[in-house]
Design a protein around this ligand. Structure first.
Ligand SMILES: NC(=O)c1ccc[n+]([C@@H]2O[C@H](COP(=O)([O-])OP(=O)(O)OC[C@H]3O[C@@H](n4cnc5c(N)ncnc54)[C@H](OP(=O)(O)O)[C@@H]3O)[C@@H](O)[C@H]2O)c1
Length: 327
């Protein structure tokens, strides 16, 4: 697969987001299905696997990823994980002020905990180094530069190779980058959730790469979500409520039609569109289904004509999404 540069780190244009592989996110899933999906992703060229210590219970998702790495040359996979939400027992936490569909987020990015978080992730992943280590959410009680100072010590000591930040603002990126070069910012970005223009401009100026999370709009942009399974977190997301979902699907029709006319799927159009937004953006779609994974990864090779990109932009301006701005 074509590669791209995030700072000084080279990654495939399309990676794989493993969050979907732990129970309790997109409905139920067992480890056999999860392992098959990870194999499909790695065999298909998605040599950039994104996980977090907060996905699944007790590092479940990181342990899945660790098992999938076995028997593969370690330097052929970029392993990215995150910290700050799976807070060790007895440590304080602070609420993160957004109304996500997930339960309320509690964070702790105290620099004194950072090494402990990393050592636990290394054990879960059963590896010697984390290629890209993200602060998962900024902690309102700790200046981001202090957390990044502790992450810089981990780079120096070889526990991690690159520093990433997730869910940050342009100002937080700039403050962190002054302490230690940041390789990538991972924020939500898709056809139905634009990236903050300030953040994109700052990342470009500083030479920081962008990793787009939920690039398929939690599955919506594939055009296949009509109803949700039991236990799917999207039941709590206003954009996916029965009435909003039906209307959103109707208003998304012009983009689905554009994809059909190009002979590709809406998922492929959504991923390729993202890759055309900037040469230093990569996406990490998630899926439990090998056929979907194959379909998604094929989008890395698509080239969209400028007229097509223009038509998509026009359609997105008219795509009036119901269900508010938060997940
Ligand atoms: N940093 C953060 O705070 C943060 C937050 C959220 C997510 N993330 C990262 O972003 C990654 C991706 O996000 P995500 O999984 O939430 O959302 P996503 O990639 O936008 O969408 C995943 C959903 O799309 C469906 N899907 C995928 N490909 C499909 C296809 N070709 N056709 C039909 N359906 C398809 C999947 O269902 P099937 O399983 O049926 O294919 C799944 O329900 C996560 O794994 C995680 O690594 C990061």
């Amino acid at each position: 697969m074509k590669t791209r540069e995030l700072g000084t780190l080279q990654v495939p244009a399309l990676g794989f987001g493993a969050m979907v592989l732990s129970p309790g996110v997109y409905g139920d899933i067992d480890d056999a299905r999860a392992e098959k999906a990870l194999r499909a992703a790695l065999d298909g060229g998605a040599g950039h696997i994104d996980t977090s210590d907060a996905y699944g219970v007790d590092g479940h998702n990181e342990r899945l990823v660790g098992r999938a790495l076995k028997g593969r040359p370690r330097d052929e996979v970029v392993v990215a994980t995150k910290f700050g939400l799976a807070i060790p027992d007895g440590e304080p936490s602070r609420p993160y002020p957004v109304g996500y569909a997930f339960n309320e987020l509690r964070v702790n990015a105290d620099p004194r905990l950072v090494r402990r978080y990393a050592e636990r992730s290394l054990r879960n992943l059963d590896t010697d180094t984390i290629d890209l280590y993200y602060l998962h959410y900024p902690d309102p009680g700790v200046p981001v530069e202090e957390t990044v100072g502790a992450m810089a010590d981990l780079v120096r000591d070889g526990l991690i190779r690159h520093i990433g930040l997730s869910n940050v603002t342009a100002a937080q990126l700039r403050a962190a980058h002054a302490v230690h070069p940041v390789t990538a910012v991972q924020n939500e970005w898709s056809m139905w959730r634009p990236v903050e223009p300030d953040l994109l401009a700052t990342a470009r100026e500083l030479g920081v790469g962008l990793v787009a999370w939920s690039p398929l709009g939690n599955g919506f942009l594939t055009g296949t979500v009509q109803r949700l399974e039991e236990g799917d977190f999207r039941h709590n997301a206003p954009r996916f409520s029965a009435e909003n979902l039906a209307g959103n699907n109707d208003r998304y029709a012009p983009i689905r039609t554009l994809a059909t006319n190009l002979g590709i799927t809406p998922a492929q159009l959504a991923l390729s569109w993202l890759l055309h937004q900037d040469e230093h953006v990569v996406a990490i779609p998630g899926s439990r289904t090998p056929a979907h994974i194959e379909e998604n990864l094929a989008a890395a090779d698509l080239t969209l004509h400028p007229d097509t990109l223009h038509r998509i932009d026009e359609a997105l301006v008219r795509f009036d999404v119901s269900g508010g701005t938060l997940l």
